[in-house]
Design a protein around this ligand. Sequence first.
Ligand SMILES: Nc1nc2c(c(=O)[nH]1)N[C@H]1C(S)=C(S)[C@@H](COP(=O)(O)O)O[C@H]1N2
Ligand SMILES: [Mo]
Length: 307
Amino acid sequence: MIKRHAWQTSESQVTPEDVYKQRRSFLKLGGAAAAGSILAPYGYAQSWRTDEDPAPFEAATTYNNFYEFGMDKTDPAKYAHEMSVDPWSVKIEGMVEKPGSYNLEDILKWGDQEERIYRLRCVEAWSMVIPWVGYPLASLLKQVKPLSKAKYVVFKTLADRKQMRGMRSRFSLIDWPYIEGLTIEEAANPLTLLTFGMYGQTLPNQNGAPVRLVIPWKYGFKSIKSIVSIEFTNRQPRTTWQQLQPKEYGFYANVNPEVSHPRWSQARERRLPGGIFGAERIDTQMFNGYGEQVAHLYKGLDLTKNY
Ligand SMILES: Nc1nc2c(c(=O)[nH]1)N[C@H]1C(S)=C(S)[C@@H](COP(=O)(O)O)O[C@H]1N2
Ligand SMILES: [Mo]
């Protein structure tokens, strides 16, 4: 069975069609754990909450940020197929009991796959509701066993100019590879999802195949795609967006309607994809609405300074 939790965005917001139309290809994941639990049938309530409509599969897979493939929202859908994701392995490095290079097939088995329907709030002030499939990153931590001196986890995306045409662009300002990081406590929080699928199928390349993070209480740029390295360290890393603009993007990047981006307010967001009259504007919630699960992580921290 797919586990559900009270803090999830209501299951009624994803249509059975969206899930079942796409889910067959999830079988390609191969791992018995993955396929078995994903395909278990589950019910859908009929009540729809118009303020939290899920993005149709089409929208979530054609409006993307994945700068390795270009800066336009439509570039990843056009060019991410040029990346080969099979075979795939992830290096586990640094302050950890079981370092090594692990095949995706092995990593898939390290946790129970479940569906998580989360709001994704981009720092650019748009958001979508997306049904992801994965297991808590905490399950991976249990397998590889970080040493007690490890205080941070650093993630890196594949960086291959041959396969990623955005990297070859002369407009690219990023110092590749794309790097993200979390504190060990954030990494172990049950909301932090190591993600292999969406809408009941394997992740499309443009959404970060074959494995990415989804951290729903932080701005979308923390949810790093196509991960090839997970490193444990005692030093806070300089993340990609921090390196580019430290005054605009911090290490924590918790969704916070009260801390404006220097160039725009974060108080409201456009819920995509929107209808014929455009996207609805809604209030942004502290921690993207997940405060009950994560606010304790930031006790005593000044969130206006640690943005
Ligand atoms: N490697 C990598 N990961 C990335 C990005 C990127 O450019 N490169 N963009 C981030 C941003 S800004 C957002 S909003 C989300 C978008 O995820 P989605 O396209 O699956 O909705 O991915 C994040 N992960
Ligand atoms: Mo974003």
